[in-house]
Design a protein around this ligand. Structure first.
Ligand SMILES: C[S@@+](CC[C@H](N)C(=O)[O-])C[C@H]1O[C@@H](n2cnc3c(N)ncnc32)[C@H](O)[C@@H]1O
Length: 290
């Protein structure tokens, strides 16, 4: 998929694009897409089982205006959507991370609200609904300086999603809704792919391989090295973590024109990021025993 995506090319008709973050089992996403065929919907969800369940619902309902992304919402908005491209964003019952020491995991921080603002069209809207009053109050505080007008109110049960039903079963009757309207544009540039350069070495001796963990804004952790002497090929498994993006990366080392080439292995899905470029450099250094 091209990054940032040209969403009109991913749908049958060029219509306004709305986004649901953390769609879970897809109840709201599919129902809303059915009732609003004049709009296109992109769902973002980080758990595969939920994406799978939703894809089955999309197939059964025979709608053609839903696409789903299995990715973290930060990564999706930073890299896949152009500024001023989305009309509405929904997020129903985001994980509230109620414990103080876990608050850093909360999604709707001031920086994330700025990112949402940047990707919304002028006057674009976002709706966040939570069952958790402290989370609602926290998001309101985060709104300062994000270019949004935020209206906050208590609402009755109305979304009929898995988590809303769960809270209702446990006796909750009211939820908390934040309606955000974009008043001023906040500029957050799209994170672009990096052009990766392969590295070349003259000799390869896996016994001399010495990987130094990379730490800093990017962390690169070495997991394993598999060397096939017969095929004259080696594969390395690394974990590359940078800001909001963590990727498992396989790097291949193979002979070419009398030398050894170090490059990302073919057939895997990854984002060519600055962290991946640093990981390749670290492999190059490790192959030289330094
Ligand atoms: C509490 S569930 C709510 C699901 C659904 N909206 C509902 O109301 O039933 C929160 C969902 O958000 C997803 N999620 C949490 N953080 C996310 C992120 N950073 N990017 C994408 N999805 C995320 C979780 O995987 C989970 O499915």
């Amino acid at each position: 998929m091209k990054r940032p995506a040209d969403w009109s090319g991913h749908f049958a008709s060029a219509q306004p694009v709305d986004v649901e973050i953390g769609f879970g089992n897809g109840d709201f996403l599919v129902r809303t897409a059915q009732t609003q065929p004049q709009r296109n919907f992109v769902g973002i969800e980080q758990q595969w089982e939920r994406v799978y369940k939703t894809l089955k619902k999309v197939n059964r309902s025979e709608i053609d205006n839903v696409r789903v992304l299995l990715v973290d919402a930060w990564v999706a908005l930073e890299r896949l959507f152009l500024p001023r491209s989305i009309e509405r964003i929904y997020c129903l019952f985001p994980c509230p991370w109620p414990k103080k020491e876990h608050a850093k995991h909360r999604l709707f921080s001031q920086s994330f609200l700025k990112l949402m603002n940047s990707r919304l069209k002028p006057h674009g809207q976002a709706t966040i609904v939570t069952d958790h009053q402290p989370y609602y109050a926290w998001v309101l505080e985060q709104g300062e300086g994000t270019g949004f007008l935020i209206e906050a109110k208590e609402i009755a049960t109305q979304y009929n999603t898995k988590y809303e039903r769960k809270w209702v079963e446990q006796g909750q009757e009211h939820f908390f809704e934040l309606a955000l309207t974009k008043k001023e544009h906040v500029d957050v540039p799209v994170k672009e792919d990096v052009t990766l350069q392969p590295y070349f070495i003259d000799t390869l001796d896996p016994r001399q391989f010495k990987f130094e963990k990379v730490s800093g804004p990017t962390t690169v952790v070495f997991k394993e090295l598999i060397a096939d002497e017969k095929q004259k090929k080696a594969m390395l498994h690394l974990v590359v973590a940078e800001e909001k993006l963590t990727q498992h990366l396989w790097v291949a080392i193979f002979p070419i024109e009398g030398r050894w080439c170090i490059a990302p292995a073919l057939g895997q899905n990854f984002i060519p990021s600055q962290g991946v470029a640093e990981a390749l450099q670290a492999v190059y250094q490790a192959c030289q025993g330094s």
